[in-house]
Design a binder for this molecule. Sequence first.
Ligand SMILES: C[S@@+](CC[C@H](N)C(=O)[O-])C[C@H]1O[C@@H](n2cnc3c(N)ncnc32)[C@H](O)[C@@H]1O
Length: 474
Amino acid sequence: MTQRSSRPSRPRRPHPPRRRTGPVRPPQDDPARQAALDTLRAVRQRDAYANLVLPGLLRERRITSRDAALATELTYGTLRAQGLLDAVLTACSDRPLSEVDGAVLDALRLGAYQLLRTRVPAHAAVASTVDLVRAERGSGAAGFANAVLRRVTEQDEQGWVEEVAPDEDTDPVGYLAMANAHPRWIAQAFAEALGSRGESLRDALAADDTRPSVHLAARPGEVTSDELAAMTGGEPAPYSPYGVRLEEGGDPGDLEAVRERLAAVQDEGSQLCALALTRVPLEGPDARWLDLCAGPGGKAVLLGALAALSGADMEAVEKAPHRAELVRKAAGDLPITVHVADGRDSGLPAGSFDRVLVDAPCTGLGALRRRPEARWRRQPSDVAPLARLQRELLTAALELVRPGGVVAYVVCTPHLSETVGVVADVARRTGAERVDTREFFPGVPELGDGPQVQLWPHLHGTDAMFCAVLRRPA
Ligand SMILES: C[S@@+](CC[C@H](N)C(=O)[O-])C[C@H]1O[C@@H](n2cnc3c(N)ncnc32)[C@H](O)[C@@H]1O
């Protein structure tokens, strides 16, 4: 049995809601659920990103305070839990979900999410969903939605998990995947990455199924993390000397410290990986630093500020022109030279950098908490082409760094094909030395057997970032 201590439980309904009869009534004014439903539709129909669509809708419709918070919780929660919700809806429907009208399915998911994972009273969850369906698709579809959701009310979340998940004894990974609303292949990838820590898969998936805290990175040389915490009402983060963890709520982009470029929104794990590169001891010059995959510029800005303080030059490469522009904007007055180029063939002189960061494109399986729809959109077939690109970028970085210089390879995924698989392969082919990266994460517990570092939401409260430092032989 899984226990969700962080999720408030809802008392079971004694009776399912009654099917309404009589005249069709117009949908009640329900801006929060309507915004959630419209966002779900955009995600389904045009592969939109919820965290880009929803804030725009809320602004446009002037939805604020409690309604905005409800819309956000319902949208992100429904998207995160989609696989579990679909399994339950399948069990409650007299037809396959593939035959259910898309708009009705969006509403059913929204309703099922409220029933299984929130404290919204069951009658309100059902009635509001039926109203939305009636307004969108008429009374026939509303009757279908009512019947399906009434069946959903017959059990709570745990009861449904026991019914729709694989058997826990014969398929523990499949069971935990369903119980924590993850696709099985992602749960399997987590289990493999946890390795000897595999018994914590339950904790890893549960932590990955919650909303993350927002971290800020204080701009080095401008403000300390204590000062930033005092300015923002947050608290200094446990491991990054520049990190501040914000309290729940509000748009961090509205904070004065962020608008004034004294700080940027950046997960503490990302800060730690960028800082690790700066902490590796070097013999000889230490004057030229490079970020080979820089857009939108989070790590480049942190590195650029530290480079400026230590008198080093900072360069940044980004393939996508619009993302290179974001790096330029994020850099502001920091002396960072931005190149629009493919990092595999950047045209920069070989052997000319002392420290290089390769924050490579990846599946992002380590940052699923921040991208609610991503876990159901990503496919196992995404991994191999990304791993090839990652190997090519890391190989290029080892050509750009001087003999004796260092490269930090970073990805926000724990998938072994993108992490140790890439590093082991490139180290073998190039002769690069794999450095014990744990030394450059001082004070961070539970870093495993090394030499690489894998951070985890359930152990460190960060995204599941991976970092491996390699040194080019002198
Ligand atoms: C994980 S993101 C980097 C995040 C960034 N370092 C930060 O902290 O904000 C990877 C970036 O690599 C870029 N990219 C993809 N292929 C590339 C290539 N061949 N060469 C250089 N950049 C590339 C992507 O456009 C994306 O902006």
